[in-house]
Write a protein that binds this ligand. Structure first.
Ligand SMILES: [Fe+2]
Ligand SMILES: [Fe+2]
Length: 315
């Protein structure tokens, strides 16, 4: 485990330790050329909250302090600037750059179905990322800025963050699978590999961005909501609403499934057809956004639908 940076460490040490942190530096609006200045001195010069800078830099290096006091220390306005700059980087630079490179390397002529599919997928992926980030820019950040001014406004559902992140990640995974598994090419394999490296790097960068949003920004906003008295957008309310949306029959089905019953056994137990069980299962998955028995099991335990001792392990 690396040691955490403090405000007395030299700023150049940050880049020397990990060059990936260059991106982070520019998202804080810090330019290079800081000579022998310390992190604290550079942050003060550049009007960046030192504590927030240190929490992010250490978080990106894998030193993740999850104590709740951390959310009180984070400067939410500094975080918003950081996230907005990251959005500009992804949308205006990184993703268009990778798209240009994919088009250079992948045969997109109408004879090459896989090539066309790759471009189509990539465009869909960029559109999904753009939609998600613009939603954050135009809905989430303005909401949080109002909170920062002490305004009590209609709460924004912060759970939208993680839902959007899951979707973005699964789309990119699919794209990489298509390229790696099915794309055969006469073009230079080194060129194709280098595009793949760009995609993998971008994926890592996006994942780190999403983690900062989920694990630092959202909890800091929740803390702010509590301070201002804007409480209706919290997780606990969300879980309760979701549970209430399940009908009594759907809850019975969840109870059967997590006890290890097959669909046929559920149908017999509840005197309904197999098709009805399948329809209920689809609706349950849609309502809860949970698609595995393992996930349903956790849901059922957390919401007191079953007791842990009723769960069959290994089925
Ligand atoms: Fe974002
Ligand atoms: Fe996001």
């Amino acid at each position: 485990m690396p040691y955490p940076f403090t405000e007395d460490d030299k700023m150049y040490e940050v880049i020397r330790t990990d060059y990936h942190l260059l991106n982070m530096m520019s998202r804080f609006g810090i330019s290079l050329g800081f000579g022998e200045k310390t992190i604290g001195e550079v942050c003060e010069m550049e009007n960046v909250d030192t504590t927030t800078f240190l929490i992010i830099v250490n978080y990106l290096r894998g030193i993740r302090d999850t104590g709740s006091y951390i959310y009180e220390q984070l400067s939410v306005s500094t975080l918003i600037t950081y996230l907005e700059n990251a959005h500009t980087f992804f949308l205006d630079f990184q993703l268009p750059y990778i798209r240009r490179r994919v088009i250079e390397v992948v045969d997109c002529s109408s004879e090459n179905k896989i090539g066309m599919l790759i471009i189509k997928f990539f465009d869909e992926y960029i559109a999904a990322v753009r939609k998600h980030m613009l939603q954050e820019n135009t809905k989430v950040f303005p909401y949080v800025k109002k909170l920062l001014h002490g305004e009590r406004v209609e709460a924004y559902d912060m759970a939208i963050f993680s839902k959007g992140h899951d979707m973005i990640e699964s789309k990119l995974k699919e794209l990489k699978n298509i390229i790696v598994k099915y794309y055969k090419t006469d073009t230079d394999v080194n060129q194709l590999n280098s595009v793949l490296f760009d995609i993998y790097n971008c994926e890592d960068d996006l994942r780190a961005h999403e983690e900062i949003e989920d694990n630092l920004f959202v909890p800091a906003v929740r803390h702010l909501e509590k301070t201002v008295g804007n409480l209706s957008g919290t997780d606990s309310n969300k879980t309760k609403q979701d549970e209430e949306q399940l009908s009594a029959r759907e809850k019975e089905i969840v109870q059967c499934i997590v006890r290890g019953m097959t669909n046929k056994e559920v149908a017999e137990e509840l005197f309904i057809s197999l098709n009805t069980v399948l329809t209920h299962r689809k609706n349950i998955a849609r309502k809860l956004s949970i698609h595995s028995v393992a996930g349903l099991t956790i849901y059922a335990i957390v919401n007191d639908l079953v007791k842990i001792e009723d769960i069959k392990v290994g089925k």
